[in-house]
Design a protein around this ligand. Structure first.
Ligand SMILES: Cc1ncc(COP(=O)(O)O)c(C=O)c1O
Length: 364
C-alpha cells in the first residue's frame, strides 16, 4: 500500500469548484495585489486568533523578519531561540542584524524554559519561542521571564495555527507573532504566504507600510521598505481554506489518537504533549532507535516519511559562516535529531492507512 506524506491534490479537489469561482471573481476586478479580499482575510484571521490586528505578507520568513524589524530589534541585539527549528527562524534574526542565542529543547522538542534565564545577557532584547510540530511552548513561564527581564516576545507560530496553550490561541501571547501559510502548513496557500498577528496598532501599521516600500500612502515612503504583499488570488484560496481548518485539525488529531493507541505499549516515543497544550499535529513526530534504517524499510513499503529536521540550524554552513562553530550545550537537540521521524498525519488518511503505517513501523 502506498501512503504519501501529503495530500495536496486531494485538498485542492475538495475546494476546486468553490475556489475557481472566487478566484475568477477576484481576477476579473484586475486587483491582483490589493483586492479587498486581502483585508477581509486579515480581519477573519485576527478574529480566529483573538488578536486585534493581522497583517498578511508574502512568507512566514518575511513575517518573522518584519516582525523583528517592527519591534525595533537591531544590530547586535540578542534574540533567544532554539537550534532545532527550520532555518528561517534564525535567518530572520540574522537579517535584521541581531544575534541568535541558542537554548536547548526539552523532551517535548520545545524550548526548555528552565534554561532561558542563563542565556540572557545585557544585550538580550527578545525571546523567540518556536511552536514546533503544532505544539505550543510553555507560554506562561516564558511571559514571566520576559516580564522579569524586560524582554520582548516574538512567537514563531509557522507550524501551529489553531494550536492553544491554556485555552488561548498560539500567537496571541506576544508583541508580534509570525505565521507561515506555506503549502505544507495546516492552513496553507497555493504558494508562499505568511502574516504577523499583534495587538499593537504601531506594530501593525509599521508592517503594513514595510511590506509595501514603507509607504504610508501612494508615493510617500516614510522609511525604506520591502515588497512583501500578499496576492489577492492566495487570499481567495485562504478564505475558503480557513472555513475548513477546524475539520482538518480535528482529522489530524483523530489520526494522532489512533497512532498514540497503536504505539502505547511499544518503545516508539510518541509526541509528548503538555496538559495545557492543544496540539494541531502539523507533524506527528515520534522518536525511535535506528531511525534511518526504519525509514528506509518504510520507504520500500511505500510509506513516505520526513525528518524535521535532520540538521540543526547551528550545524549548517550559513550559521557557521556567520556566527562560527557552536559550542554551547544542546545535548537534547543533538540526540533528538538522530531519532525523530515524522509519519503521515494528513487529513485525508484513511483509518486503514493509519493502521498500516503504525503496524509497519512497529515491525520495522
Ligand atoms: C518553524 C518555522 N519558522 C519559519 C518558517 C518560514 O515560513 P515560510 O516557509 O513561509 O517562509 C517555517 C516554514 O517552514 C517554519 O517551519
Amino acid at each position: 500500500m502506498k501512503v504519501p506524506y501529503l495530500s495536496l491534490n486531494q485538498q485542492w479537489s475538495d475546494i476546486r469548484k468553490e475556489a475557481l469561482l472566487l478566484i475568477d471573481e477576484v481576477l476579473t476586478t484586475g486587483k491582483y495585489i490589493e483586492h479587498e479580499i486581502v483585508e477581509s482575510l486579515e480581519v477573519e484571521l485576527a478574529r480566529k486568533l483573538g488578536v486585534k490586528y493581522v497583517v498578511l505578507v508574502n512568507s512566514g520568513t518575511d513575517a518573522l523578519m518584519l516582525g523583528l524589524y517592527s519591534l525595533g530589534i537591531k544590530k547586535n541585539d540578542e534574540v533567544i531561540t532554539v537550534p532545532n527549528s527550520f532555518i528561517a527562524s534564525v535567518a530572520a534574526i540574522q537579517h535584521v542584524g541581531a544575534v541568535p542565542k541558542m537554548v536547548d529543547v526539552g523532551a517535548d522538542h520545545l524550548i526548555d524554559v528552565t534554561q532561558i534565564e542563563s542565556a540572557i545577557t545585557s544585550k538580550t532584547r527578545a525571546i523567540m519561542p518556536v511552536h514546533l510540530e503544532g505544539k505550543v511552548c510553555q507560554m506562561s513561564k516564558i511571559m514571566e521571564i520576559a516580564k522579569r527581564h524586560n524582554l520582548l516576545i516574538i512567537e514563531d507560530v509557522a507550524q501551529a495555527f489553531g494550536s492553544k496553550f491554556s485555552g488561548k490561541m498560539a500567537g496571541s501571547f506576544s508583541d508580534a507573532s509570525c505565521f507561515s501559510l506555506h503549502p505544507l502548513k495546516n492552513l496553507n496557500a497555493c504558494g508562499d504566504g505568511g502574516f504577523v498577528a499583534t495587538n499593537s496598532s504601531e506594530v501593525a501599521d509599521r508592517i503594513r507600510a514595510l511590506r509595501n516600500h514603507g509607504q504610508a500612502e501612494r508615493n510617500s515612503s516614510m522609511e525604506f521598505g520591502f515588497v512583501s504583499r500578499f496576492d489577492s488570488i492566495q487570499a481567495a484560496i485562504l478564505h475558503i481554506r480557513l472555513k475548513k481548518l477546524d475539520q482538518v485539525i480535528a482529522q489530524r488529531r483523530e489520526n494522532a489518537r489512533l497512532y498514540d493507541l497503536a504505539f502505547a505499549d511499544s518503545d516508539v516515543i510518541t509526541p509528548i504533549v503538555d496538559d495545557e497544550v492543544f496540539h494541531t499535529y502539523h507533524t506527528y513526530s515520534v522518536e525511535i532507535k535506528n531511525r534511518d534504517e526504519v525509514r528506509a524499510k518504510l520507504s520500500k513499503l511505500g510509506i513516505d516519511t520526513r525528518i524535521h529536521y535532520p540538521n540543526l540550524i547551528t550545524e549548517q554552513k550559513a550559521f557557521i559562516d556567520k556566527f562560527g562553530s557552536f559550542s554551547e550545550k544542546i545535548p537534547n537537540a543533538i540526540k533528538q535529531k538522530e531519532r525523530i521521524l515524522s509519519i503521515p498525519i494528513h487529513a485525508h488518511l484513511k483509518n486503514n492507512e493509519v493502521k498500516y503505517v503504525a503496524d509497519q513501523l512497529l515491525l520495522a
